[in-house]
Design a protein around this ligand. Structure first.
Ligand code: THU
Length: 136
């Protein structure tokens, strides 16, 4: 699957977000080493602090579908304008867990909502000196 196709899946997932409070829809698509893809979107709640990010939603699906240790690439799309949506700090930590399990410096492809800007990062770059399973 190309980066554009994976981003397309993330974009389709964003359209199914439940984000009536922020009106900021985020979608995430995760590809396994074997080419399987799962998606997730943010899901907010009237009790604001219970909101779930798209990445964590998709990581849960990934664990159930093929296992966090098989995570290869992640695509994130959010918002509506030209600002690239990168994972929040908590989601970086959650992605780092999968990276530690897989032994891979997972690639994260991030796009703006309007599709005009794309950035490619590695989780080790987004969260250097991270705290992971090996610290315990
Ligand atoms: N959000 C995500 O889903 N992922 C991120 O990495 C950044 C933020 C969601 C949380 C909330 O529902 C909305 O975007 C605004 O913060």
């Amino acid at each position: 699957m190309t980066d554009e196709q994976l981003l397309g899946q993330a974009r389709a997932a964003a359209a199914k977000a439940y984000a009536p409070y922020s009106n900021f829809q985020v979608g995430c698509a995760i590809e396994s080493v074997d080419g399987e893809v799962v998606t997730g979107a943010n899901m907010e709640n009237a009790c604001y602090r219970l909101g779930l990010c798209a990445e964590q939603s998709a990581l849960t699906a990934a664990q159930h579908q093929f296992g966090l240790d098989k995570v290869a690439r992640i695509a994130v799309v959010g918002g509506t304008d030209a600002t690239v949506c990168t994972p929040c700090g908590g989601c970086r930590q959650a992605i780092l867990e999968a990276a530690h399990l897989s032994g891979r410096d997972v690639e994260i492809i991030c796009s703006s909502g309007d599709g005009s800007a794309v950035e490619r990062h590695r989780i080790g770059e987004l969260i250097p000196f991270g705290f992971g399973p090996q610290n315990l």
